[in-house]
Design a protein around this ligand. Sequence first.
Ligand code: BDR
Ligand code: CA
Length: 311
Amino acid sequence: MTRKIIIDTDPGQDDAVAILLALASPELEVLGITTVAGNVPLALTTRNAQLTVGLSGREVPIVAGRDRPLNRPLVTAEYVHGQTGLDGIDLGVPQVPLNPGDGVDFIIDTLRREPEGTVTLVPIGPLTNIAAAFERAPDIVARVQQVVLMGGGYFEGGNVTPAAEFNIYVDPEAAALVLASGVDLVMMPLDVTHKALTSADWLAGLRALGTRAGEAVASWTDFFERYDREKYGSAGAPLHDPCTIAYLIRPELFSGRRINVEIETEGRYTTGMTVADWWGVSGRAPNALFIRDIDRDGFFDLLTERIATLD
Ligand code: BDR
Ligand code: CA
């Protein structure tokens, strides 16, 4: 049975790879892509979603959502993703249309229209749209099958501050609202995504496909690898966001623990931290499956296999 998903995203090269992986996977039916401000401002994340869908050759509604966090100024990450957010290859101008309307409304309307418990939300940017939808239409929370998000970090610490991972840091109030909503939640924190490191062999394999999609994924990865190579001294770059989609297709590639996770919204040095009770010392009830390990080879084989079916 195919699983229906909405991808909520701020592309971003790794978001774009996640979108391609989803659109290339028969196990998933992508009902729509909603965009959010994050890596770059909303106009660019929306344009990047359109370019990525155009590259896939598939048709899927794209709807623009919130252009700023719930109640703080937007923080962006051009220093990682480049000025366009999708630097690395020139894909021209978008050829696929943007749907009219608002991404938050799209999430609400889709969850109300589809049978209860059949739609999974996959947020791979700041959680602003998801939180806004839950806040405006609390009835949809119980209709969500699952939320599988990329965000947070505990053993790895943060990437944008010593304590906070980017997606949570940009809109901690939104993240706190989603974590407290009672929805069935799976988190892909830096603890696992930092193990999903690209390699020169994998990039060569993509280029050897001889397709536009293979070339784009290799070029995007080449571009944003430079940042992580300099920062962490690692050989490759972590492909954060595709971990969410891979989990939906092959959950057996991942392992973690159901634990309590709280979001720090007011820390002096720790705003946006995911306080993950891995050792069960808080007495607070579990609210998320916190993923910590990945079968790296299985993950990259899956990516190559699926990207090879595009173009
Ligand atoms: C997350 O932040 C963004 O830069 C990436 O797209 C990913 O969603 C990693 O911290
Ligand atoms: Ca992202």
